[in-house]
Design a protein around this ligand. Structure first.
Ligand SMILES: NC(=O)c1ccc[n+]([C@@H]2O[C@H](COP(=O)([O-])OP(=O)(O)OC[C@H]3O[C@@H](n4cnc5c(N)ncnc54)[C@H](OP(=O)(O)O)[C@@H]3O)[C@@H](O)[C@H]2O)c1
Length: 282
């Protein structure tokens, strides 16, 4: 005869240590555990300077092994050392993202070394400012080739081998969504294009392949790219447009990156997340 109440049943389950597993559908995870990237492998393009170096280090601090890509091998070696200082593994692969075959070779090298790719950070980019009446076709095309086409070649190569649960993060810019006083048709067009690319790859791959695809739209962060800005431009144009009243710190972008890369962002796909100190609100 069945005499056990529901409470009795739960007491028995608790004794077996199963209650938390049944109620959450798996091993117990804290909120902070959801940001962890242990046993994951991340590719970061443009890892030889600026934000890419900090992204690679942050992913390693969160637990990932990292595959570093860019053209300057000596600088990649420095980033590799920084990643290895965190206790994670890294490989560096010289890659020009404008060449689809080099993007494929990068992903092949990652698979040979680690047998998986869980995260792609499409960060390689060039920034230019040329008045539209003077910009040559080659100048315009060269920006599109790196900032937009390069991201697509990388996403294609990764999309073919990524397993469900993977995450692609395209580094767009607030300049894909607004203007900021400089003549940046090529840069702005590619960064806006990247937002469309993000949306479309998300609708192609999230349901069918379990790959989330999102973009970050940074405001202004110190880097090789922003070092080229005139100090007056930053002081009189950028800062007054930024509600927080200063340039961003790299860690303030890395936290958003880890959020999108990890299970913390498991219900987020197809979006562009601005991290801009409020530029888009002004
Ligand atoms: N800093 C900001 O405030 C800001 C704001 C919005 C968006 N972003 C975006 O953030 C990303 C990183 O920029 P950053 O500010 O860190 O600039 P950065 O210091 O100039 O870094 C750019 C990186 O892209 C790589 N790269 C350029 N062309 C490449 C190519 N053909 N193949 C492979 N790698 C290439 C460079 O490496 P090699 O020269 O060694 O190849 C370098 O590592 C860019 O996409 C940029 O548009 C930056």
């Amino acid at each position: 005869m069945l005499t056990h109440s529901v409470d009795d049943a739960w007491a028995a389950i608790a004794t077996l240590g199963l209650a938390e597993k049944l109620s959450t559908g798996g091993p117990v995870m804290t909120i902070l555990d959801r940001f962890r990237l242990e046993d994951r492998v991340a590719i970061v393009t443009g890892a030889s300077s600026g934000l890419g170096v900090t992204f690679a280090t942050a992913l390693a601090e969160a637990g990932a092994d990292v595959v570093l890509a860019a053209r300057r091998e000596d600088r990649l070696a420095d980033t590799r050392n920084r990643v290895e200082e965190t206790g994670r593994r890294a490989i560096a692969v010289r890659t020009d993202v404008t060449r689809p075959e080099e993007c494929q070779a990068l992903v092949d090298a990652a698979m040979r070394a680690f047998d998986r790719v869980d995260v792609l950070v499409n960060n390689a980019g060039v920034g230019t400012a040329v008045p539209a009446v003077r910009e040559t076709p080659d100048q315009f095309r060269s920006v599109v080739d790196v900032n937009l086409n390069g991201c697509y070649w990388m996403a294609q190569a990764c999309g073919r081998i990524m397993q469900p649960g993977s995450s692609i993060i395209n580094i767009s810019s607030v300049l894909g969504l607004t203007t900021a006083g400089l003549p940046q048709a090529a840069y702005a067009a590619t960064k806006a294009g990247l937002i469309g690319l993000t949306r479309d790859l998300a609708q192609q791959w999230t349901g069918r392949r379990g790959i989330r695809v999102n973009a970050l739209a940074p405001g202004c962060f110190e880097s090789g790219m922003t070092d080229q800005f005139d100090e007056n431009y930053v002081r009189h144009t950028v800062i007054p447009r930024t509600l927080i009243g200063r340039l961003g710190h790299h860690e303030e972008l890395c936290t958003a990156l880890i959020f999108l890369a990890s299970d913390a962002g498991s219900y987020i796909t197809g979006i562009t997340l601005p991290v801009d100190g409020g530029i888009l609100a002004t």
